[in-house]
Design a protein around this ligand. Structure first.
Ligand SMILES: [Zn+2]
Length: 428
């Protein structure tokens, strides 16, 4: 792979900006190939497909995705327990040993190869603005977990120099930033903020004393305010990416920040978590992704993260699918009358009412209909309580698009360690 100039901002411009039908045809071929390989060489997939009545030779391509079972992390973990260490998801085509073995939190084991995961991250790095010749601080952990290494390999693919610092050692990292004229940062947004705050406290001029230009942040949410603050203070461009260590990169921002571009070698679906069927366009659902790893493929793996597929066209020229931002984790959201309600949405409604001391959303079911109630404690008793109640109800309808009730309760009613959304429905 040759060196890539900065203006290009693509890993593979031809494929990333190519014709949609061609892309679908290529992905269909790749999908069929990985399904055949998996059912032939991976004992876990062979069993999963055969118990679902799936014969890869009878499938045609992307249009058959919904027929395939969804793989949940819990299945992977339980199969790793019964068939250690990799659970039988590995492709046993050859008897070669993996180059590395990673241990993820929860003792989830993963064979490590230079593989498609790194290709998807190389695309994310190029999209974020990294280029050959950059000198990048990689603050992701290199111990046990794979992500530090995966990003390291991806940076090598685009021809950048990496300083493998891992997290922590803030003072040492500031010294490195200064003395080696580092122009790139990879890591969490919160650690980037820690570095800038510490440097400011040391009296450094973040623009003059540092040469920082580009950051790719991942593994945490990136609030607008945090991005603005870092970009203004340092003058660097901060772009975010989303992915999992088993799949690779699933979405990344380009210079236009219009959403998350899905890398060219990953299939991303947004599904209704209850049925596994595709969510209608513009609706929130769980992200399910498939990669074509030759050693440890993940086929329809559920991420537990919620997003929606966007319809927008990005000025950068990429033609692949886009996810809007990640809106939350599935276990924190509740589906009420067909619509996902997230804690952050409820916060947004309540944030307009400084009179509110504490609140909780309670979901119940009455006469087979979901009922959403915002239980609210006010800071002090007021004659305006009824007016506040009615206004919040109006705002709920407006912001969350479904009707909700508001009940004002005496202070001390909501328990201290309360869940923001308390789903009290029972389905038996
Ligand atoms: Zn774009």
């Amino acid at each position: 792979m040759g060196k890539r100039p900065r203006e290009e901002r693509f890993w593979d411009r031809v494929r990333e900006t190519g014709d949609r039908e061609n892309r679908s045809a290529t992905l269909s071929e790749q999908l069929l190939r990985i399904l055949r390989t998996a059912s032939q060489y991976s004992p876990a997939y062979r069993e999963i497909f055969s118990s679902a009545g799936i014969d890869p030779d009878h499938l045609h391509g992307l249009e058959d995705l919904e027929k395939l079972p969804i793989l949940h992390m819990a299945d992977l973990v339980s199969r790793q327990k019964t068939a250690p260490p990799f659970g039988g998801f590995e492709i046993r085509e050859e008897s070669r040993k993996p180059r590395r073995i990673y241990i993820n939190p929860g003792f989830i084991v993963q064979p490590g190869e230079l593989d498609v995961g790194d290709r998807s991250w190389a695309e994310a790095l190029a999209g974020a603005g990294f280029k050959a010749g950059d000198c990048i601080l990689n603050t992701f952990n290199y111990h046990l977990w794979p992500f530090g290494f995966i990003i390291d390999e991806a940076a090598k693919m685009i021809g950048a120099t990496i300083i493998p610092t891992g997290p922590g050692n803030t003072l040492m990292q500031i010294r490195i930033l200064q003395s080696l004229r580092v122009n790139g940062y990879i890591g969490t947004p919160s650690f980037l903020m820690t570095l800038t705050q510490r440097a400011e406290a040391m009296g450094l001029d973040l623009k003059k004393d540092f040469a920082l230009e580009t950051a790719l942040v991942a593994a945490e949410m990136l609030p607008h305010s945090l991005r603005d603050s870092i970009e203004t203070k340092t003058g660097m461009s901060v772009r975010q990416a989303y992915g999992t260590v088993f799949i690779g990169c699933i979405g990344y921002e380009c210079q236009y920040k219009t959403g998350l571009h899905v890398p060219d070698n990953v299939i991303v679906e947004v599904v209704d978590p209850e049925t596994g069927k595709h969510a209608p366009p513009g609706m929130t659902g769980e992200i399910v992704a498939t990669n074509f790893s030759a050693s440890y493929p993940m086929i329809r793996m559920a991420t537990g993260d919620l997003s929606m597929l966007g319809q927008q066209v990005c000025p950068c020229g990429r033609t692949g699918p886009m996810l809007t931002k990640i809106v939350g984790r599935i276990e924190q959201a509740a589906k009420v009358r067909g619509t996902f309600i997230h804690p952050w949405q409820a916060d947004e409604v309540i944030s307009h009412y400084p009179e509110v001391y504490k609140y909780q959303v309670v979901i119940t079911r009455e006469n087979h209909v979901d009922v959403m109630t915002f239980v609210v404690e006010l800071k002090e008793e007021t004659a305006r309580a009824e007016m506040i109640r009615a206004r919040i109800e109006r705002d709920i309808k407006e912001h969350l698009t479904i009707k909700g009730l508001v009940r004002v309760v005496p202070k001390g009613t909501i328990p201290d360690q309360h869940k923001k959304i308390d789903d009290r429905r029972s389905w038996d």
